[in-house]
Design a protein around this ligand. Structure first.
Ligand SMILES: Cc1ncc(COP(=O)(O)O)c(C=O)c1O
Length: 415
């Protein structure tokens, strides 16, 4: 295939590719084939003699909770091992907060939904599905700007101090989606310690990319649960993580970690919702991954598949966009996304031009609450799913679409 040098040449290739979501590739899913192939022989009796085929254990299989505890550096009593999706846990945590309040004692805090309008702070750019949960539940969203060290803490401290309707904040401390930010210790300490007008304030700590390194440096962020406890806010953090991008995106195990009191709160409400999670899948995962080293060995294989794709995107942008003023992109050290910033007012048009050429990108604005990127600058690039050849071509196509959007803008300005 010839390498396109212009947008029109790219369009003539008639590409058919959907890069809108950060999904693992089939090759990545194949890494955990044993989970499927050996499902029949993995057995169903747990270490402690629990028949995993049956109902029960709403907080998860004990060895799955212990495994989660090892991954999240907390005690097993502070961990819930659940179904496949951490997003589902975040959704449920917010539903429980809205319907029942955040305390394990009914009398402590009123349900959020009975406290008038409530809001969550949303560092931007952020994860569109977080924002979709807020929208679905009628929780207002207040955007706060991000830096590569985490969100603007001065803005956050000012907002939470004066306004009791601000009930929480979305946090992605490591390799944030989609900025790749690694939140600094200072930022995290301030989040743990800051005074809040709401006494039922929560950090929704989405540690989705905790093990998803793209370089030799295995970055880690400080333990938020411990920091909150030290600051006298033991129940402030709800930590979410999953094995979705470790084993099978649609068939992993999700974890919630928090204070013991919050685990009690969770149990009270979750046990109305279910008689227990899929313990067979939890057992298979513990037997397959074994321990944290087992997980990290597997993550190294993911990295070997992912890294060249990220490098290819960055290399194409370096080649085709380095000379364009007001364009920038990041080189993430982990996670699943690259953020590309177009000059003001050109993101939507770039996405539309790419779509005309057969390349589907995440809608411009998706990384902002209510889909509103006021500057129309941000594009979320998800290099993981396509093959290396496809992603290289797609990155070129994105760069050529952006250049075409700028040419159109310049032409209409001179008309
Ligand atoms: C930041 C973040 N959180 C959560 C998820 C979804 O996690 P899960 O598969 O555990 O529901 C994703 C998926 O892309 C994500 O990027």
């Amino acid at each position: 295939m010839t390498t396109p040098a212009t947008y029109d040449e790219f369009k003539r290739l008639n590409m058919r590719l959907d890069m809108s979501r950060g999904k693992p590739s089939p090759e990545q899913l194949d890494l955990s084939r044993a989970l499927i192939d050996e499902a029949g022989t993995a057995g169903f009796m747990s270490r402690d003699g629990i028949d995993c085929r049956n109902y029960g254990h709403v907080l998860g299989l004990p060895e799955a909770r212990e495994f989660g505890a090892q991954l999240l550096d907390v005690d097993a009593a502070q961990v819930v091992a659940a179904g496949n999706s951490s997003l589902e846990l975040m959704h449920d945590a917010l539903v429980f907060a809205m319907l029942h309040g955040v305390s394990d004692r009914v009398s402590d805090h009123a349900p959020w939904s009975r406290q008038g309008e409530v809001a969550l702070l949303c560092p931007v750019p952020g994860y569109d599905r977080h924002f979709a949960i807020c929208e679905a539940l009628g929780i207002c969203m207040i955007a706060v700007p991000m830096t590569q060290d985490g969100p603007d803490m001065d803005a956050i401290e000012a907002l939470v101090k004066r306004d009791a309707s601000v009930k929480g904040i979305w946090c992605m401390p490591l390799y944030s989606n989609p900025s790749g930010a690694i939140w600094s210790r200072a930022t995290i300490e301030r989040l743990a310690a800051m005074p809040t007008a709401a006494n039922d304030f929560r950090l929704f700590w989405d540690d989705a990319y905790r093990f998803h390194h793209l370089t030799d440096t295995r970055h880690a962020t400080p333990d938020i649960i411990e920091l909150c406890e030290q600051a006298g806010h033991a129940d402030r953090a709800l930590v979410f993580a999953s094995l979705s991008k470790v084993t099978l995106a649609g068939g992993g195990v999700a974890f919630l970690a928090s204070s013991r009191r919050n685990v009690g709160w969770w149990q009270r409400h979750a046990s109305i919702r279910t008689i227990g999670p899929d313990k067979l899948n939890q057992l298979r995962h513990v037997r397959y991954l074994r321990d944290r080293e087992g997980l990290e060995r597997l993550m190294a294989k993911h990295r070997a598949l992912l890294r060249p794709k990220f490098d290819a995107v960055v290399a194409e942008f370096d080649t085709l966009l380095a000379d364009v003023p007001d364009v920038s992109w990041n080189r993430p050290e982990g996670g699943y996304f690259i953020s590309l910033y177009a000059p003001k007012g050109h993101a939507k048009r770039t996405v539309a031009l790419a779509a005309d050429a057969g390349l589907v990108l995440t809608p411009a604005g998706a990384a902002y609450p209510y889909g509103r990127d006021d500057e129309d600058r941000h594009l979320r690039i998800a290099p993981s799913f396509p093959s290396l050849d496809e992603v290289t071509l797609a990155a070129r196509g994105i760069a050529l679409s952006l250049r075409r959007a700028l040419e159109e803008g310049a032409a209409s300005a001179t008309r």
